[in-house]
Design a protein around this ligand. Structure first.
Ligand code: TMP
Length: 213
């Protein structure tokens, strides 16, 4: 059974921590796990990520932005996701097509059907088997993201999205909740205010149930 699991949520919702905890838990049980992220996951995708998230590029056109996310995704699908799934690995991906629908669609008004068409093109129609949405109030998520940035010394400051308005992040959060409602059989929603250990327990049980099914 194929296991392609994606993690979604606003900035600072706790995806990275949960992916780390889930990876450890699955590897302990003997599963082969590949963790990856979007934008990124390949050297071409990482180069695109640097352009997209650099705060110097605040003037990027929304069409350029949308196409760059999809370009990074096409490379990621071909080089990492499809080969890993074909080898029987469980793939855990930090953001995927739902992020484009939430950030570029719900929050920036690009037509959703157009984004869905581009998503299908970039992914060769690959749809996650399970999507974990870590839902978190915007104020809490952004504070965590700011705290993380204060201790982060990357060569390129990945903070362009954290500089957007509160309204933008609220629209992203509501967008994700709407996408989850529209795709309820694929989504599992976790409360991002929970402590990481208890959020992990509920994610672990949802994932193990899916793998066993
Ligand atoms: P993250 O790796 O810290 O989650 O940052 C990735 C950023 O890129 C985040 O702000 C969400 C944004 N993003 C989009 O706007 N559209 C997309 O399709 C993807 C994958 C990410």
């Amino acid at each position: 059974m194929r296991s392609f699991i994606t993690f979604e949520g606003i900035e600072g919702c706790g995806k990275t921590t949960q992916i780390h905890l889930l990876t450890e838990c699955l590897e302990k049980r003997g599963y082969k796990v590949v963790t990856t992220r979007e934008p990124g996951g390949t050297h071409i995708g990482d180069a695109i990520r640097r352009i997209l998230l650099d705060s110097k590029n605040i003037d990027i056109d929304i069409k350029t932005e949308l196409l760059l996310y999809q370009a990074a995704r096409a490379q990621h699908i071909k080089d990492v996701i499809q080969p890993s799934l074909a080898q029987g690995s469980i793939v855990l991906c930090d953001r995927f097509t739902d992020a484009t629908l939430a950030y570029q669609g719900y929050a920036q008004d690009i037509h959703q059907d157009f984004i869905k068409t581009l998503n299908q093109y970039a992914t060769d129609n690959l749809i996650p088997d399970l999507t974990i949405l870590i839902d978190c109030p915007v104020e809490i998520g952004l504070q965590r993201a700011r705290d993380r940035m204060a201790t982060h010394h990357a060569a390129v400051r990945e903070d362009r999205f954290e500089e957007k308005s509160l309204d933008f992040h609220h629209a992203v959060r509501l967008g994700y909740l709407q996408i989850a409602e529209n795709n309820s059989s694929r989504f599992y929603i976790v409360d991002g205010r929970e402590d990481p250990a208890s959020a992990h327990r509920s994610i672990q049980s949802a994932v193990l149930k899916m793998i066993a099914a």
